[in-house]
Design a protein around this ligand. Sequence first.
Ligand code: SF4
Length: 255
Amino acid sequence: MERETTKNGRGADAGRPAQKRNYQRELDKVIEGLEREGKKPRLLLHSCCAPCSSYVLEYLSRYFTITLFYFNPNIYPPQEYQERIGEQERLIREMECAGALGIPVEFQGGEYEPEEFYRAVRGHEGDREGGERCFICYELRLRRAARAAAEGKFDYFTTTLSISPLKNAGKLNEIGERLAAEYGVPYLMSDFKKKNGYKRSTELSARYGLYRQDYCGCVFSREARRGKDGDAGTEGGAAEACEKACEKVDREVAD
Ligand code: SF4
């Protein structure tokens, strides 16, 4: 029997433990419902960087009117922040020109507030990537997105972050659901790496000649990357390590 999708965008999987939920299927159900009703709701899409947003924009702009929200106080150093936000704006312009978007996408840039990030992660500087520091980092960015979505009276909010094989989609969705209840804006559940989303993002990154960073964003991830010996410490090696991790996750999450 087909699972029901609730009005707030949460499927019948909503009460299940995170590791048992299929977020792509939950998103599929929301999209099916919107298509049935002929609706194209407003979505505030938090983006971490141009490469991660490329596939998500291509995919979701067919079903949602998107405002892309760029708030990433974790990024270090400031020049890196400027480079990433510049690439983000260029990508939107070029995808629009190429007719690769369902409908035009608006851009909303948040302030660069690195001190907020350092305050939030104090005491977790030495955590490994993927640990507690990252969960705090996810929430910092998602909370600001939820607030902007509530202020702008958006129908949904979500983030591109789940496209990365190195990010914890279960944790992102758990935080998103909690903030949705707090701010009164439904969170669009997602695991954008599914349906070959990550692979497609690498193709689009190549097509638009996007700058692809070799570290997640914060000074700690940068130091960890720079400090590694061997291939993973080089840009090409990092990309290859990421591809391998992605293939592994794709195999694990395949339906
Ligand atoms: S490694 Fe990435 S997700 Fe984790 S704290 Fe640093 S920037 Fe945030």
